[in-house]
Design a protein around this ligand. Structure first.
Ligand SMILES: Nc1ncnc2c1ncn2[C@@H]1O[C@H](COP(=O)(O)OP(=O)(O)OP(=O)(O)O)[C@@H](O)[C@H]1O
Length: 255
């Protein structure tokens, strides 16, 4: 079998008496959209933070493309092709959509934020920003201040910011959070397009979105993976129904 793009092996992370990541192992194949679901407090965000390098595991390992990245800092992982969508709160409201993405492209290129003036003017960065905005369907809003954009549009910019680093693997932590029905349908359509170009790990509570998008789903409960499989297998899994999906059978589909 081909080497997975991402391999997580026996990862453990504790907070005091709580084992937030309890011996988690999972693989993400190149080209796959792998969703991670589970109840509140299951350890999804803690897991993502260990993938990005913002949190150190107590034991276990993470490798990307066969390379052990367990102890690499976040910026080195980013350079190797791992990107996490930045939270909306990290966007600069008084700057345009294009400025925000150009800044991200500049950071990835290894320049200092002190030279922000360059990010505005430098053609390479402008072009990279416009290309990323185009990929998320926001090219027409490039010159609008982020403060004037809707919540859904800001979510799209987060994705453009992540894409500006040209990642191999995109880690998305609840991209549908706070979106209305129409906006979340738009986000599902957008992710359906992006997944053709980049492998994705998706943490999400919106089950119709997860079941519409995922190739494989891993279910976390109390820090442990209780099931991993394709959507049909997860939907039918008795342990998953008991622990998480309950009676909310997934019948609604996006797109
Ligand atoms: N910095 C921290 N300090 C102490 N405990 C923490 C910390 N971060 C997470 N935890 C605990 O670890 C467990 C897992 O939390 P985590 O936020 O990873 O879950 P989650 O699945 O992402 O939840 P949600 O769906 O609500 O976002 C919880 O019990 C949480 O209280």
């Amino acid at each position: 079998m081909a080497e997975p793009l991402l391999r997580v092996e026996k990862l453990v992370r504790r907070f005091g008496g709580i084992t937030a990541t309890d011996n988690v192992s999972l693989d993400v194949a190149a080209g796959e959209l792998h969703a991670i679901i589970g109840p509140n407090g299951a350890g999804k965000t803690t897991l993502i933070s260990q993938l990005t390098g913002h949190l150190e595991p107590h034991s276990g390992s993470v490798s990307l493309g066969g390379r052990d990245i367990t102890h690499l800092p976040a910026y080195r992982r980013c350079a190797l092709g791992l990107a996490r969508s930045f939270q909306i709160t990290s966007l600069l409201l008084d700057f345009t959509a294009a400025d925000n993405v150009a800044l991200a492209a500049q950071a990835h290129a290894g320049h200092s934020f002190r030279f922000f003036a360059n990010a505005r003017k430098e053609k390479g960065l402008r072009d990279a920003a416009h290309a990323a905005l185009d990929r998320v369907g926001l090219a027409h809003r490039a010159d609008v201040l982020v403060s004037k954009l809707s919540h859904g549009e800001r979510r799209q910019i987060e994705l453009a910011v992540a894409l500006a680093s040209r990642p191999k693997l995109l880690l998305l932590d609840e991209p549908m959070a706070g979106l209305g029905v129409t906006e979340s349908q738009g986000m599902v359509k957008l992710l359906q397009e992006l997944r053709k170009e980049v492998s994705i790990v998706l943490v999400e509570h919106d089950m119709p979105a997860v079941f519409a998008l995922a190739d494989r789903i891993s279910v976390l409960v109390y820090g442990r993976v209780i099931a991993s499989g394709d959507p049909a297998a997860i939907r039918a899994n008795e342990d998953v129904k008991r622990a998480y999906l309950g009676d909310q059978h997934v019948v609604t589909h996006h797109g």
